[in-house]
Ligand binder design. Structure first.
Ligand code: Q46
Ligand code: ZN
Ligand code: ZN
Length: 317
């Protein structure tokens, strides 16, 4: 039976990327240290910060909620959880239930934004009426509502559960389509603009998806395993992620090496040409005159709903 490299007790996990057998206690320590190092290396959270974590109910954000709740005392920050109920039938209800349980477990206040209460419709209807892929509409809605909520909460940053595999995949995709100016937007920390755009941070930037799964398993952490029924498994991004996982298996440590070297050189990539302005309808960040949320809701519902969504959030905060 393999033994833990640190304490010699029975090992339960093998980390291929680090060629390391570990017991459950030292595996937890390894993962939590890695997140802490990512936070420090990229200056993601500072003492006294208010951090709003987007909690979907899936394994990444749920594990991140647990780890951040453990680290909040030693770093000295306040953790808030935000869950957006996207109105995708039973799938969304299950996620909302998990979010409530995680909030109790981690002792972090939870704010639920229910899309059907705000707009009267969910993601499936918005996608159908705008004839856009559900995930693209969903991305716009989630980014908008999380940012609007973070602005009202006066949060210093919005944390998301994007993991190492996600980020390496997104970056590879931008390489393949030669959208190089998108790469700086995939850094571990993206600065905000005072009063209307809150900084984005990714504390799981250097943590493998497989390790997150193991962490959840070993610590009996509840999360929604079921995939979103609207997920599109035919996209380039989806295939790239699958192939990257195979490559990582053959060449352990490939993904983390790639990401670390890339971040070191991120300054050398062309800067995004689009300047951030404020939407002329709702005042939230936008690359054009009107933000995507106002455009989508106007197309689907006949009226840009940015101002209404902002009012709704102001009232519940
Ligand atoms: S929730 Fe939304 Fe995901 Fe479902 S519609 Fe697509 S983006 S797959 S993370
Ligand atoms: Zn050990
Ligand atoms: Zn707007």
């Amino acid at each position: 039976m393999p033994k833990c490299r640190i304490c010699g007790r029975k090992a339960v996990v093998y980390l291929r990327h680090s060629r390391l057998w570990l017991c459950s206690e030292h595996f937890n320590e390894f993962i939590e240290n890695r997140v802490m190092r990512t936070i420090k290396r990229y200056n993601l959270i500072r003492k006294g910060d208010r951090v709003l974590l987007g909690l979907s109910g899936g394994k990444d954000s749920v594990v991140l909620a647990h780890i951040l709740s453990k680290l909040r005392e030693s770093i000295g920050f306040k953790l808030y959880l935000a869950h957006i109920n996207l109105g995708i039938g039973e799938y969304s209800e299950k996620n909302a239930e998990v979010a409530k349980k995680i909030s109790e477990k981690t002792n972090a206040p939870l704010i639920i934004l229910d899309l059907r209460k705000i707009l009267g419709v969910g993601i499936p209807e918005l996608a159908l009426k705008t004839r856009r892929p559900p995930c693209s509409v969903c991305g716009v809605v989630k980014r908008y509502l999380l940012n609007a909520l973070a602005v009202e909460l006066k949060a210093n940053s919005i944390a998301t559960g994007h993991n190492l595999d996600d980020m390496a995949t997104f970056i590879l995709k931008e390489f393949l389509v030669q959208n190089l100016e998108q790469i700086p937007k995939l850094a571990p920390r993206i600065e905000g603009v005072k009063d209307y755009l809150v900084a984005k941070i990714k504390p799981l930037y250097e943590t493998y998806e497989e390790d997150i799964k193991k962490y959840a398993e070993l610590n009996n952490i509840l999360y929604v395993e079921e995939k979103c029924p609207l997920a599109d498994e035919t996209t380039l991004t989806w295939h790239l992620k699958k192939h990257l996982r195979d490559l990582e298996y053959r060449f352990p440590g490939l993904t983390i090496g790639f990401i670390r070297r890339l971040v070191k050189n991120i300054e050398k990539y062309p800067k995004p040409g689009d300047t951030i302005r404020r939407c002329s309808i709702c005042g939230m960040p936008s690359s054009g005159k009107i933000c995507s949320f106002c455009k989508i809701t106007e197309k689907a519902l006949g009226k840009p709903m940015g101002p209404h969504a902002r009012e709704y959030i102001k009232e519940i905060v």
